[in-house]
Design a protein around this ligand. Structure first.
Ligand code: CA
Length: 239
């Protein structure tokens, strides 16, 4: 199983989570603030992090979960991080995903859901392609690869022509491969970007962009499924 770091300042919750994660077969280091988290990350090889966003200052210096996340992303760009947000605050979730979190859960959450999300996140991080590219089961010319640094996407050897909105939609879908990406999550990310060709946001625009992206992914072995009332899911299609 995985070696995890749990960063949570609420002692009761931390102990409970720690026990459950260990019960699920993981080995866990649990700490209560950002400085302890950094010390552990520097000294220990970890497979993943569960990170609370609301963390106390350290020696009077503010160090919330976002600060820890940015620190992790600079040093350990491929370490999977699942953030815990105190409330269903879309700004926190979007800010967290933009800062490089791989997934998030809103408190209070169901332990079974945390374990399922964590398992999926760890599986994705073990996919050889993830963190730079995503390998589909199709033939090499149909493999999808993303480079977030550039940012660019390729299908086989062909660079995909994507608008900013298509790029962020594709990135969200790829990061949560096999999971539903909520409509509001996509729209919230778009809101942080410049408007595109004067197009208004909203669900109708989202459908248009999903349609375009589907066409661009045709024959890629990847499909975008519409999950009614919830959002969209990227999935590997049977060969
Ligand atoms: Ca907290």
């Amino acid at each position: 199983m995985a070696h995890l770091l749990l960063v949570e300042d609420d002692e009761l919750l931390r102990d409970g989570l720690c026990a459950q994660l260990m019960h699920a077969g993981h080995s866990v280091d649990a700490v209560g603030d950002g400085a302890q988290a950094q010390a552990l990350l520097e000294s220990t090889r970890l497979d993943g992090v569960v990170l609370d966003l609301g963390l106390p200052p350290v020696h009077g210096v503010p160090m919330d979960g976002f600060a820890v996340l940015r620190w992790i992303r600079q040093r350990l760009p491929h370490l999977p991080v699942l953030i815990l947000t105190a409330r269903d605050d879309i700004d926190d979730r979007v800010q967290g995903l933009n800062a490089g979190a791989d997934d998030y859960l809103t408190k209070p959450f169901d332990m079974a859901e945390l374990l399922a999300r964590l398992g999926a996140m760890l599986r994705r991080s073990r996919m050889p392609a993830f963190g730079g590219s995503l390998q589909t089961e199709g033939a090499p010319q149909h493999r999808l690869r993303l480079d977030p640094q550039l940012p660019m996407a390729w299908l086989g050897d062909e660079a995909m022509e994507l608008t900013h909105r298509e790029w962020s939609l594709l990135t969200l879908l790829v990061k949560q491969l096999g999971q539903v990406v909520g409509r509001e999550e996509v729209l919230a990310v778009w809101q942080t970007q410049a408007p595109e060709g004067g197009a208004a946001g909203g669900s109708n625009a989202l459908e248009v962009y999903v349609h375009r992206l589907r066409r661009k992914l045709q024959d890629s072995g990847l499909g975008i499924r519409n999950v009614r009332g919830l959002g969209y899911m990227l999935e590997l299609q049977a060969p």
